[in-house]
Design a protein around this ligand. Structure first.
Ligand SMILES: [Zn+2]
Ligand SMILES: [Zn+2]
Ligand SMILES: [Zn+2]
Length: 90
């Protein structure tokens, strides 16, 4: 089996989003939103603004919205788990 298409061991592992820890896909500028496949240290907005793009929300990791509090939906909430076991007499 010639698995030449597997990720080469020499490549650095893809960085994870610093905000939510999710995997990232490519890079995105946190200022202008320009996307690039690789980190662009010479980007017009500054290399530090060319950040890994969060796969969860598609934003630069410093602008990741994955951890934003979600508005509670009006879904049914499961009832509290009741073990039904009698408390041990002490
Ligand atoms: Zn994220
Ligand atoms: Zn930019
Ligand atoms: Zn995100």
């Amino acid at each position: 089996m010639d698995d030449q298409n597997t990720v080469p061991s020499t490549a650095a592992p893809a960085p994870t989003c610093t905000s939510c820890g999710m995997a990232t896909s490519g890079y995105k500028c946190a200022v202008c939103g320009e996307e690039s496949a690789a980190h662009d240290q010479a980007h017009a907005c500054g290399g530090e603004n060319c950040q890994p793009k969060c796969e969860g929300c598609g934003q630069a990791d410093s602008k990741c919205t994955c951890q934003q509090p979600q508005t509670p939906s009006s879904g049914p909430t499961p009832p509290p788990v009741d073990t039904g076991a009698a408390p041990p007499a002490m």
